[in-house]
Design a protein around this ligand. Sequence first.
Ligand code: BG6
Length: 492
Amino acid sequence: MPNNDIPTSIVIFGASGDLTRRKLIPSLFNLFRKGRLPKRLHIVGFGGTPFEDDQFQVHLREGLDQFAPYEFKEEEWRAFAPHISYHQGHYDVKSDFEKLDADLSARESGTANRLYYLAIPPSLFPEIIGLLGETGQVREDSGWRHVVIEKPFGTDLESARALNVQIHQVLGEDQIYRIDHYLGKETVQNILMFRFANTIFEPLWNRNYIDHVQITVAEKVDVGHRAGYYDGVGVLRDMFQNHLMQLLTLVAMEPPASFDADALRNEKVKVLRAIDPITPDEVASETVRAQYCGYCETEGVAPDSITPTYAALRFVIDNWRWKGVPFYLRSGKALAEKLTQIIIQFKEPPHTMFPLPPGKQMTPDMLVLYLHPDEGIHLRFEAKVPDTVAEMRSVDMEFHYADSFGLTAIPEAYERLLLDALQGDAALFTRADEVETAWGLIDPIIHAWEQTNEPPLASYDPGTWGPPAADELLARDGRAWLYGSDEHIHKK
Ligand code: BG6
C-alpha cells in the first residue's frame, strides 16, 4: 500500500486521449473505491485540448459509463472527482512544464511523491522526459519521482537503444516503469505462481518431457480505427516484441531466487539471451507473415501496404532446459476468435501397451494455460472409455478463475501496474536490457522481411485462423496448431 501520509500527484500526459478514458481513469477509480490509493492524492491531466477542471471530470465520467468493467456508483465518483484537475499545455513548451510544476508544488506544499504517466505517442517521449528533467521535476530530493512509459518502446533495436540513452540522461533506471499491460494480467502473473509455487510440474518442465510449446494471442478485431498507427508498425512490433516475448520468458525462465524486480528480470533476460536468433537465411523457413483480405481498403492504410497483420514464428532456446524444444508463437488480427493461450504439449509415451486402431497414435498429454477467455488451466490426459476393452479418450482436469474466485476477482491489468508503479515495485515492468534483447530477436526478422521479401506475404480471410503457411510451419515438424474452444482444445 502506498504511503498514505505523503501527498502524491499523478500526472497523465495525453489526458484527453483514449487510453486515459478507457483504462487509466477506470483503473484509478477502482483502486480509489478499494481504498488502495494514497489519501492525499491529486490526479492532473495534461494535454493540448482545452478543458476546465469540471469539463474534464465530466469527460472522464462519461468514459466510465462506457468502459468501466464494474458497477458505477455516483456517490463514489463524487468522492473521487475532486481529486482530478486539468492542466492545458504543450508537450514541447518549457514554460508549460514550469507552470505544471508550480501548480503541483502549490497543491503539495512540501515533500510529495509524483508519478508521471506518458500516455502519448512514442515520438514525444524524449521531449517530455527532457523537459521534466530541465524543469527539475524528476529530482528525488523531496519524495520519489517515477515515470511510466507506454509501449511501443522504440520501433527497432537502434531506436530503443537511442531512447534508453536519452531517458537515462534524465532518469535513473529505478525511476523508469516501461509498461507492458500483459504483465498486469492476473492470468499472466499466475504463470509464475503455477510454475514456482507448486512442485508437481517443475520436474517435468524441460526437454525430457515437453515436446513443444505453442503461444497464441489471437484477436477477432481488425485494425479498425487504429489503422493510422498500425500500418506503420505491423504485428511483430505491435504484439511480438512485447506481449508474446513476455509470455515466452515467463514460461521458459529459470526460477528466480525471489520476487524482487531485478531477480525476476535477470532470469527473463537470461532466457531472451538464450534464444537462437532467427537469421536472414532462416527467415523463410522459420517465420510466416500474412495480411487479412480487405486490410488495404481500411481508411488510413496505404492501398499497397505490405504490413503484416499476422505472424507465426518458431524459436528455439539454446540452453540445458529447452534445447530441441520448439516454441511456436502466433498472433494476428481479424482471426476466428479472441483467444490467448499457452499450450505445453508433453511427449508421447515411449511405448504403448494398449491396442490402437490402425493409423491412430497415442494422444500426448497437454497443459493449457488459458489467459483469455475462460481464464484458467486445463490438464488434458487420456482416460479409459467406460464399457470398452481399452478404448481411450482425452479428458480435461480444469481450473477456472470464475469458479474458484468468482468473476469479479479479475481486475483490469492497469490497476495492478498503476499500484506497483506507485509503490516502487518494478517487477512487472520491463527493464532497459530486456526491451533491447527482445528487439534484438525481432529486428532481424523485420529487416529480412523488408529486404528479401521472404517468406512471401500470405493472405487470410477475416474470421479464420490465419494462412495455410502457418499450418505448414508446424506440419513440417510433424505437429499442428491446437485451437481453442469454450470447452476443449481441438484441432482445426
Ligand atoms: C496492444 C496492441 O498492446 O494490445 C493492440 O497495441 C492489441 O493492437 C492489444 O489489440 C491486445 O491487448 P488485449 O489485452 O486485448 O489482449
